[in-house]
Design a protein around this ligand. Structure first.
Ligand code: ADP
Ligand code: MG
Length: 428
């Protein structure tokens, strides 16, 4: 008889690449219990290890971010105290020697404030600027231009040649904040240039698939050890000495996360580095304008519009009134809640980001108070919201900013139809 028993599992890490296997050995015994053979199974667990590493990385960075933003706040107060005192002393007309010293202190405090701002950027979870459809190709070219003093002028002076080779093949736009994406590409490009003290070429490629638009930056520089690659996104992590902040890649990470994109760094010592970023396509805004079927204006509806930006709210009211709808405007979420509790409506259209009472709250309350009501979210984030999230929160339609009269009319027509079907269900 042959018996099969599990003996042991060993983890095997490939030395050629970073693949990890779990190998199980089963001894095969004869009737006398002697081991006559071994059966081996090897299971590739590289992927799940990668996922684990990624999760750990995310957790660690979140903790660091929270700590950093708390510190940043304290630090700002301290710096304000230092700068204020320096200003007061400068006003007493100090002698030249003293004045020089004071100006140096002021400069150092201002530099500190700039660092604090970068930390806040790294750890912020929301932003002031609106997400718009952005052209990644243009942003790449802007970054190359911004960095020209480094790759062109300074390199020429030092007698080394740095070439930048853009290969721009993406044709769709991304949903993003252009100034932030420029900062991302500038930080990565500067790292690439700094990694090639003897010169070389940086390739900047863009492309796309059905969901993502990507950009990759490949240098021929010194590359990274595994150790450096593990810490590259840590705030203040630098291998370049005191003159460097070590904040570049942490800011990059923070911005990309806010854009709901992802970032990959592949590098080996002496072999150069490739940084690849994927960003979600601006999916409600096709690259080539598609013909929009003009909808008939919907039958007149009673509509509530909520936006804390009074100009936008009033503009929307005017556009809707043109089609004969009866529109009430609330300049903020709290006012909208009161109005919904008092008056029945067919449709509520609300801005998403409002202080105190958000668009989610308005829609939640509307569905609760008036079950048949139809809801639309008017937002600059529309292109990046997940359908699952929208459904679970009771959102019937998303109107991405900026919107045209035609797009608005089409959405309102859909909401009108939906409203009718809900009314019928309620009657039955
Ligand atoms: P800093 O550039 O101020 O050092 P960063 O956050 O931009 O800070 O980068 C952190 C570290 O990651 C760098 O000090 C360097 O060791 C490594 N690094 C980043 N990009 C590259 C690259 N393209 N090639 C080699 N090393 C890099
Ligand atoms: Mg850097």
């Amino acid at each position: 008889m042959v018996a099969l028993r599990t003996a042991s599992e060993v983890e095997v890490r490939s030395t050629v690449n970073s693949e990890v296997y779990v190998a199980s050995l089963f001894p095969i015994q004869n009737e006398d219990g002697e081991v006559v053979d071994l059966v081996e199974f090897a299971k590739d667990v590289t992927l799940s290890r990668d996922l684990q590493d990624k999760l750990l990385q995310t957790e660690r960075l979140r903790a660091l971010g929270e700590m950093a933003s708390g510190t940043a706040h304290e630090f700002n107060n301290t710096l304000a105290g230092v700068l204020g005192q320096v200003e007061l002393l400068l006003a007493t007309e100090p002698d030249a020697h003293m004045e020089r010293g004071l100006r140096l202190i002021a400069q150092a405090a201002s530099d500190g404030a700039a660092t604090v701002r970068r930390i806040q950027n790294f750890s912020k979870t929301s932003r002031g600027e609106e997400v718009v459809p952005a052209d990644l190709n243009q942003i790449v070219l802007d970054a190359v231009e911004v960095c020209a003093p480094r790759w062109k002028d300074q390199s020429e002076r030092d007698g080394v040649t740095v070439l930048i080779r853009p290969e721009l093949r993406a044709s769709s736009q991304v949903a993003g904040v252009p100034s932030e994406l420029r900062e991302v590409l500038v930080n990565i490009l500067l790292n690439a240039i700094e990694a090639m003290p003897a010169g070389g070429t940086v390739a900047m490629r863009t492309g796309e698939n059905t969901r993502w638009v990507w950009v990759s930056i490949t240098d021929q520089g010194v590359g990274m050890t595994n150790e450096v690659r593990r810490h590259i996104f840590d705030p203040f992590y630098t291998t370049k000495g005191l003159a460097n902040s070590g904040l570049g890649m942490s800011v990059v990470y923070g911005i990309i996360k806010l854009h709901r994109g992802d970032i990959k760094v592949s590098s080996e010592e002496g072999q150069g580095t490739t940084v690849t970023i994927r960003l979600p396509k601006a999916r409600n805004l096709p690259a080539k304008p598609q013909p929009v079927i003009e909808a008939e204006p919907a039958r007149p509806l009673r509509m509530l519009v909520a936006d804390d930006d009074a100009r936008l709210a009033d503009m929307l009211q005017q556009m809707l009134s043109l089609d004969g709808h009866e529109v009430t405007v609330c300049h903020g979420g709290a006012a909208a809640l009161e109005e919904l509790a008092a008056t029945p409506y067919d449709v509520v259209l609300t801005d998403l980001g409002m202080p105190e009472v958000s668009g989610w709250d308005v829609i939640g309350a509307a569905r609760k108070l008036q079950p048949g009501i139809c809801t639309g979210l008017v937002t600059g984030w529309g292109v990046q919201l997940e359908d699952v999230e929208l459904n679970s929160k009771g959102v019937d339609a998303v109107i991405p900013k900026p919107y045209s009269m035609i797009a608005l009319r089409a959405t309102v027509a859909q909401l009108s139809e939906l409203r009718q079907s809900r009314a019928v269900v309620a009657l039955a």
